[in-house]
Design a protein around this ligand. Sequence first.
Ligand code: ADP
Length: 605
Amino acid sequence: MSDRHGGTEVVEGGGENHDECFVPLSPVLLDASGVPALECRNTGTEGVEVGKNLNQQQVPVKGTGKVVGGRWEENGNYSRGIHAPEDGGTLGKKRRPVTVDTSKAKTSLEGLKISIRQLKWREIPTGRRAPCDIYWHGVSFHDNENITSGQVNKFPGMLEMSRKINLSRAVRIMQELFPVEYDFYPRSWILPDEYQQFATQIRTVKESDETLDPTFIVKPDGGSQGEGIYLIRDPAELRAAGAQARQAVVQEYIRKPLLVDKLKFDIRLYVLLKSLEPLEIYIAKEGLTRFCTEPYQEPSQKNLGHVFMHLTNYSLNVHSGNFVHSESQSTGSKRTLSSVLRRLAAKGVDVKRLWSDIIALVIKTVVAVAPQLKVYYQADIPPGKPGPSCFQILGFDILLMKNLKPVLLEVNSNPSMRIEHEQEVAPRVFECVPSPVDEEVKVGVIRDTLRLVDPGLKKASSNCKLSSSNFTMASVDILYIDIVRRWSGALPDSREAGMGLQAFVEAFFYLAARRFKSQTPREQAASLLDLCEAQLESQTPGPEERRSSSCSRAASRGATGAPKHQAHARQPGPPSPAGAPLPRRASSQDCRRAKPRSREAHAEN
Ligand code: ADP
């Protein structure tokens, strides 16, 4: 396959099966079938494990997990809340449900509640004294203080790093080092520091070619939802307004975006940063696209102020008379990413290549901010200090140029997870009404994030021992989630979480086929059985060890590093109902209110 990642050879990876919603990806496991859910409706997540150097032929992922008291640690800290399944993976016994503190979840709450219900986990709505497994924060790592265990859904410092100036600085450093690799970010200047530089460079460019008439977009630092954003054509306009002295990023305006239905749109992609050390990134296969509400024209002096033409923010366009709230996922002013990609594919666009470019953009952006994030992380959770581990869902805003090149606009540390929208039912009376598109995409993202950070599924090593060496644990995570979800509808009365027999059989044959490609299905299954038996024998303790381990079975199972999905595969019982149809949400009356529309700190766009 073609070289898509700066010299990284792209080799065959998991996910050949087009029925799957999850397709594992990494710089070395980039599979051509890794295109967003074109064939399936559910949101999935693509695992990307990243080594130190994008140019490496092989990008090894070294788990830093170590055993503390028989429990796997991700960040090297002592963490009481993270544990192996309570039964240690023994047959038949039920796991204690995972507890999620939702007291600080803010606008994610509704989607989070649905996800917790689907997973049959336990919501702790008001916080509690005893430690929880997962703390879901609405804004930052510090929403709850003094957490010493479990997992928090925010990294320290992410809020800061996603501010426009900080993100710009981080990406620009990489642009200086790797100009070709990082050409997905528009040329930017930081105000007020670089105003002079900006003015001089633009003057020089215009003097060298008088036909050039660039446009720039000015974005206040810390702004969101298009607030305070405007277009200019000359640096002098900044000085005239006194804006050159305010903290902002001024950026080259992309004049020729890709249009659908003559409208400019951008992509909201959900990315799970599961771990910083090692760097583990999952990309949701389903995302949103937000459409402008006025047909696009290239910027001119006349139309510079037309926000409904130039800015794709939902929060702005929703006030346009042309905004269409649609029940359908493929029409209206907010659509699913997969529906737009289907449209593009039908027009002959190479969406596989496009998706691969988008993934590269995501990986490189995370690589750009990771060093600074590690500094923040160590400041808050120094090695040796009790602390939680972290994960975070990020919202990447991406614009497609007419030539299909993806451009990074920004990274949101608090992407809106709201699954309803407000409608003005009478003057200044707003009512929350369900938004099917938001619900479909966002509940999937939250639920799959929870599955991926399930403390009962701690990672033993980055490569799956039962499969070939290039089948990473990220691929196994995804395989597990995908198969469990697919079988979860089979027995709706199921009370058990985990993997049912049918799902286990499917997973077994899938692994067998991957591991022993050249054999017949029967031989594949027999060979995998042999391999499992050999593994078990090598792990079976001698009589002496057996005596000493008899009262610490759960702990030592974790310590031996048995692949996490083995433990689940051994659980009999019906499959989890996790992928069951979404329960109906609270009626719109529940959040009826009569006050002017206020802007959420982390509302959509
Ligand atoms: P905010 O955080 O306020 O939403 P963004 O950086 O996402 O700020 O910009 C708001 C909108 O402006 C984007 O959704 C996009 O439509 C448009 N936009 C931003 N940067 C550019 C750019 N460089 N070229 C063209 N359009 C842009």
